[in-house]
Design a protein. Sequence first.
Length: 197
Amino acid sequence: MIVSGTDALLVMISVAVAAVITTTWTVVSILGSFTGAATVTLPVTTDNRVADGLSLGATGHATALEVTFPVLPSGPAGLLAWAGALNQVVVLVILAIVFLLAYRLRSQVLFTPRSGWIIGSGGFVLVVVGAIAQFLDGWGRSLLADLAGANGRIPGESAHFSMEFSAVPFLLGTAMLLVGGVFQFGGRLQKDTEGLV
């Protein structure tokens, strides 16, 4: 056996512990951003912040700036808090799917009527929630960059919305949707072959 019942049980315990630790860390981070000093990496969308002192005739400008705020303004802090909470939802969905798979392996009943639906729904949640979280995070950081003057814009220069997009939630979500389809197909095969052996 590649995965024994004991291995599956250890995975289930590890996943449960990881869920508690990551959720606690997220809650503490969100509360901390509202109650005290916070250091945030902000996008710099202009060429005004040039990098001086480069060798070999190289030139450059900053694309990000780490800024410490004594207190975050409530608007951007709320956006970043929601982004953090939604990112934690993404983590919990992944952990829940891993827990489900380990549980099914341990029980030796892999294909059940609900397994495919649960995994497929988890994939859909990953795609949607992951995209919303990235949008809110980029919006909050761009607002902070403007409020703090991190972009050093000259008069008349237009403001830009800056967002880093990670394809990881989309790829994981798509993979989970496909795995959910495989589970539904496996469930039908299992039902069709019951009683034949």
